[in-house]
Design a protein around this ligand. Structure first.
Ligand SMILES: Nc1nc2c([nH]c(=O)n2[C@H]2C[C@H](O)[C@@H](COP(=O)(O)OP(=O)(O)OP(=O)(O)O)O2)c(=O)[nH]1
Ligand SMILES: [Mg+2]
Length: 143
C-alpha cells in the first residue's frame, strides 16, 4: 500500500480489539492501563485483542473474565472505531455490557474505578475513545 492510501477500517494490519462498557446504575467501570503499555497510564474500557479466528463477543467474554473476573450475561454493540495512532492502527469494537455475574476485581494489578457518568470527561482516555465517551453521555443525556 502506498503512503498516500489511508488505511481503511477493514485493513487486516489493524489490531482488532473488543472492549466492554460495563454499566451499573449511573456508573461505568474503567481501568487504568499499565504505565509501560501502549497508551499507558490512560483510562480504558476493559478488553483486549481478538485471537485469530475469534469473534468479537467471544474475545470480549474471554478478556473480561481474564482482566476483571466477570461473566457477561448480556451485551450489545455500541460503537466501532478505527483509529490511527502514530505507532499503531486499531479497530476498536466497544460493546455495552448491561448484565454480568461476579464482582469486578483487578486481576492484572490495574486500577479499577466505578466512574460516575458525569465525571467521565475528567478522566484521560486514549484519543480513540473520545467518540465512545461522547456517545455514552449522549445516550444518558449528560451534557
Ligand atoms: N482495552 C482497551 N484498549 C483500548 C481502548 N482504547 C484504545 O485505544 N485501546 C487500544 C490500546 C491498545 O493499543 C489496544 C488494546 O490492546 P491491549 O494491549 O490492551 O490488549 P490485551 O488486553 O489483549 O493485552 P496484551 O495481551 O497484549 O497484554 O487498544 C480501550 O478503551 N480499551
Ligand atoms: Mg487489555
Amino acid at each position: 500500500m502506498s503512503l498516500s492510501t489511508p488505511p481503511t477500517a477493514a485493513d487486516p494490519r489493524r489490531v482488532h480489539v473488543a472492549a466492554g462498557v460495563i454499566l451499573r446504575e449511573q456508573r461505568v467501570l474503567i481501568a487504568r492501563r499499565h504505565a509501560h503499555a501502549h497508551q499507558g497510564g490512560l483510562w480504558e474500557f476493559p478488553g483486549g485483542k481478538l485471537e485469530p479466528g475469534e469473534s468479537v463477543i467471544s474475545a470480549l467474554k474471554r478478556e473480561l473474565q481474564e482482566e476483571i473476573g466477570i461473566d457477561i450475561e448480556d451485551a450489545e454493540p455500541l460503537l466501532q472505531i478505527a483509529h490511527d495512532y502514530p505507532d499503531k492502527q486499531v479497530l476498536l469494537d466497544f460493546w455495552t455490557v448491561s448484565a454480568f455475574s461476579g464482582e469486578p476485581q483487578s486481576k492484572e494489578g490495574q486500577a479499577l474505578e466505578w466512574c460516575e457518568l458525569e465525571d467521565l470527561r475528567e478522566r484521560e482516555f486514549p484519543e480513540a475513545n473520545v467518540p465512545v465517551v461522547d456517545r455514552l453521555l449522549e445516550l444518558f443525556e449528560i451534557l
